[in-house]
Design a protein around this ligand. Structure first.
Ligand SMILES: [Zn+2]
Length: 407
């Protein structure tokens, strides 16, 4: 891989979602017939594309159709979450072909990395694919991350994970190259890859995990910021009258919108007993799910708590969209499924009413198309994305002169 035009051709077939003729490819990529003939021959030789019959369009020679060979290459995605590690294998088309969940229990880093490596080996054996056909491993972890050193800095609810050189350790344990990515950014890459929206797709992704984080997709690409930590939004104030935060402010996202703060509020309101261990990730999720179930059954105090959290989340989204002026808002992450109905109903009205661009347009707000595994799937997409998506950085390195002109 690594050839810009080759990536352009693969991307065009992948985005089309169907087999294309060389004529259609020429129209989609702007490449000359001669260049396309050379590239498609190389991709056919490498088994990344295959012929998929012929199309007859009026007089003249029938056109050979070319399709992506989904089972020709794979990538692995791993999501480190305080409660559960998710491992998936994706094929070249981005479909999940194998999946495994590992409950974290006691979060000792060495043991968890060993278990990740064992699960990866088992899944590769299950799919029955040669290791040489795997591009690598994408690893999504809670931010902030030290990208240069491949370490998680101080992830919430993962005791013992301060400054763990995760990228190096997992690479040593598996023999694969590892791309470490913030879970929020990985989720946004997963959304871009899976939805296959317009090439200039732009959105804010609000990730509901143990903490809340945001990611930004701009012109079809995820923007990571100077240190790769764009979207650390925990201390944006969304309710000036809200509860005090450890940072010294009141009503930060961290104390109004997170699962932990919602559970704490439910304890104060008597919806939950004070006996649960809310510093234990599995227990936290069960107690959060209980509050959401109560709200769904119409229990007034629980509904009030979720409604308030939704309005604080809406206040956050107004800040983000006012600053970033994106096309749409996407929500997802491990805790999203519990609140999606309440939030979609509450949030949209507030965002449309308070947004700076309200007189111009409505901002579409949706749940992610990827589902609950968005962190792991997104991490695997990061690897596919790096291997296959044409980038101007690749173009700078390319010595070819017949590069396509952007439409
Ligand atoms: Zn704060």
């Amino acid at each position: 891989m690594g050839d810009f035009n080759q990536a352009v051709v693969i991307e065009a077939i992948r985005r089309a979602g169907e087999a294309l003729s060389r004529t259609e490819l020429a129209a989609a990529t702007g490449l000359s017939a001669q260049t396309l003939t050379n590239i498609t021959r190389r991709l056919l030789d490498e088994g990344l594309i295959a012929e998929a019959g012929r199309a007859i369009n009026g007089p003249g020679k029938p056109r050979v159709l070319l399709r992506l060979v989904a089972e020709s290459r794979y990538s692995v995605g791993v999501h480190l979450d305080p409660a559960v590690v998710t491992v998936v294998v994706l094929d070249l088309a981005g479909a999940v072909v194998a999946r495994r969940l590992i409950p974290v229990g006691s979060p000792e880093p060495g043991r968890i990395i060993d278990e990740m490596a064992r699960a990866i080996d088992a899944l590769i054996a299950e799919v029955g694919v040669d290791r040489s056909r795997i591009f690598g491993i994408g690893l999504a972890a809670p931010g902030p991350l030290d990208e240069a050193n491949g370490t998680v800095v101080d992830p919430p609810m993962l005791r013992g994970w301060r400054r763990v050189p995760l990228r190096e350790l997992l690479s040593a344990a598996t023999g694969f190259a590892v791309a470490l990515e913030k879970d929020t950014a990985a989720a946004a890459v997963g959304e871009l890859w899976t939805r296959r929206g317009p090439v200039d797709d732009s959105f804010v992704f609000l990730y509901l995990g143990t903490g809340l984080g945001a990611a930004l997709a701009r012109d079809g690409d995820v923007t990571r910021g100077r240190t790769g930590n764009l979207g650390e939004i925990g201390h944006i104030v969304v309710d000036p009258e809200g509860p005090p935060c450890a940072c010294g402010s009141r009503g930060c996202v961290a104390v109004t919108c997170t699962p932990q703060s919602i559970v704490a509020e439910a304890v104060r309101a008597g919806v939950l007993s004070a006996e649960g261990d809310d510093d234990e990730p599995g227990a936290l999720e069960a107690r959060f799910a209980h509050v959401c179930a109560q709200a769904e059954q119409g229990e007034a105090a629980a509904s009030g708590i979720l409604g308030r959290a939704a309005r604080c989340t809406a206040a956050l989204l107004v800040v983000l969209t006012d600053v970033l002026d994106v096309e749409r808002i996407v929500l997802g992450g491990p805790f999203w499924g519990y609140v999606s109905e309440v939030y979609l109903a509450e949030i949209s009205e507030h965002v449309q009413r308070l947004s700076a661009t309200r007189a111009l347009r409505e901002i579409p707000i949706d749940g992610t198309v990827v589902g609950a595994d968005v962190g792991a799937v997104g991490a695997a997409c990061v690897v596919l994305d790096r291997a296959l998506t044409p980038r101007s950085s690749t173009l700078m390195l390319s010595e070819r002169s017949d590069v396509p002109v952007a439409p």
